[in-house]
Design a protein around this ligand. Structure first.
Ligand code: GAP
Length: 435
């Protein structure tokens, strides 16, 4: 098991352009983070893998991409306007504000150490804005605090158009906003983040425990696929008194982040709470009955996935007295599937051949098979650069390539090299991708 610190992760992310502070040239904006070229590639690969697994590879799922801004009545019906709040307290000495439920056990102010606070006030977490030019109550809208509600609100649309049989699900990936009192720990808790959520609708009389367990297993299988270290994940059965207002049972899948064990994902049984609130029903063609389906909700945060994947993948070792930092990312989510190098940067014939190999590897869909190209510095340095961003394989074009169309392929994890013919290289990668 690797033990990475937040400083190591944050520094790697900044150094290699994965993630860095937003608005930095203007002094930044508290807890806003931007994803650079490698970060967005990693994030997109995680989202793509999720969508493939939970939507495209199943025949009981329907995809959705709803508007971020929804009618205010949605949040009144869902209970968010009245109950989606955290207890806010203020330190009477330094006037810093905190969530009461996140104070350390000794109840001391995390900023100044004093122990005197104001009475807690419920602070609603929804971010507000106004539609149109007049900033008045009638024009208030909220940025959605979760993607979930759109799937209940559009339930009728999906049922009317596709006539799905129960059980079936709706899935969505998209931004959510929460005016968190204490954001922090890099991208772990931010005010703007992305969710990947599923609302799985089941017949009211069916044993929901069965579906709950199936979804827990499906979540775990996907986590393994994207390289989340299973030794660092734990299921927390949320005690009844701490359940969210809509939930009848929740398991938080927690992860041992460098700053402690915290929630990574959630799985909730929401009963008929949501469809009842939105006055939605389902007409069962077989029994000719109108029913209100019950809901199982697997909910995933994109940024927390990125953080857990990076914390799982981060490795350091020593090669001939030099420290090597590398990311043990699965090939399916690594920003680059492979890299191609010409052995020397001043030999046009090697560069030209290496470009040809790169094209060959990318095939007809370069976007789906991104291959890095690097010709600067010595080969050892280029390997290190690719190791640090998690590229699993590096191909090198040398003088022998010009004679016999073979190239070397070097494995990130074992650092072993072998020679293969160019015509086999694409197949080599495709086989590794399937492993
Ligand atoms: N629809 C249910 C729901 O939204 P949640 O536990 O509040 O449940 C689901 O959020 C997931 O969204 C969390 O498990 C986490 O991965 C992610 N998440 C929630 N708040 C977040 C924040 N402020 N920053 C980053 N990710 C967050």
């Amino acid at each position: 098991m690797n033990n990475v610190s937040m400083d190591q992760l944050i520094s790697l992310c900044k150094r290699r352009g994965f993630i860095f502070p937003g608005s930095e040239i203007y002094g930044g904006l508290a807890n806003a983070w931007d994803f650079g070229p490698l970060g967005v590639a990693l994030k997109n690969n995680i989202k793509r893998s999720w969508w493939q697994t939970f939507v495209e590879e199943r025949d009981d799922m329907y995809g959705l991409d709803a508007a971020l801004l929804m009618n205010r009545k949605v949040w009144q019906a869902s209970g968010h306007e009245s109950t989606f709040s955290d207890p806010l307290i203020e330190c009477k000495n330094c006037h810093e504000r905190f969530r009461e439920d996140q104070l350390p056990p000794e109840k001391k102010c995390p900023s100044c150490g004093k122990q005197e606070f104001t009475q807690p006030q419920q602070f609603n977490l929804m971010l507000k804005t106004f539609l149109g030019p007049a900033e008045e109550d009638a024009n208030i809208v909220y940025f959605r605090p979760e993607t979930a509600q759109a799937m209940f609100v559009d339930f009728k649309q999906i049922v009317d158009t596709y006539s799905p049989k129960l059980p079936f699900g709706i899935a969505q990936i998209g931004k959510a906003f929460r005016n968190e009192i204490t954001p922090g720990n890099f991208i772990f808790r931010t005010r703007e983040f992305e969710q990947m959520e599923i609302e799985y609708f089941i017949k009211p009389g069916d044993d929901w425990n069965v579906y709950f367990e199936q979804w827990l297993a499906a979540m775990k299988a996907w986590m393994k696929k994207i390289g989340i270290d299973q030794n660092k994940t734990h299921d927390l059965e949320v005690p009844k008194e701490e359940l969210a207002h809509y939930s009848k049972r929740t398991i938080d899948i927690e992860f041992d982040f460098p700053f402690g064990r915290k929630e990574l994902y959630g799985l909730a049984y929401r009963g008929d709470f949501d469809l009842t609130n939105h006055k939605q029903e389902y007409f069962n063609e077989e029994t000719k009955e109108r029913v209100v389906p019950h809901v199982i909700e697997p909910s995933f945060g994109v940024e927390r996935s990125v953080l857990a994947v990076l914390a799982s993948a981060y490795q350091e070792d020593e090669i001939e007295g030099e420290k090597r930092t590398w990311l043990n990312l699965p090939m399916r989510i690594a920003p680059y599937r492979a890299a191609v190098f010409p052995l020397l940067s001043n030999k046009p014939e090697l560069i030209e051949k290496a470009q040809e190999v790169r094209k060959e590897l990318q095939g007809a869909w370069p976007g789906f098979f991104p291959i890095a190209f690097d010709k600067s510095g010595n080969i050892g340095k280029r390997y290190r650069r690719q190791d640090e961003i998690g590229t699993p394989y590096c191909f090198t074009v040398d003088f022998q390539t010009l004679q016999d169309n073979t190239i070397t392929v070097r494995d990130r994890n074992t650092m072993k090299q072998e020679r293969i013919v160019i015509a086999e290289a694409r197949k080599f990668l495709e086989e590794k991708l399937r492993e």
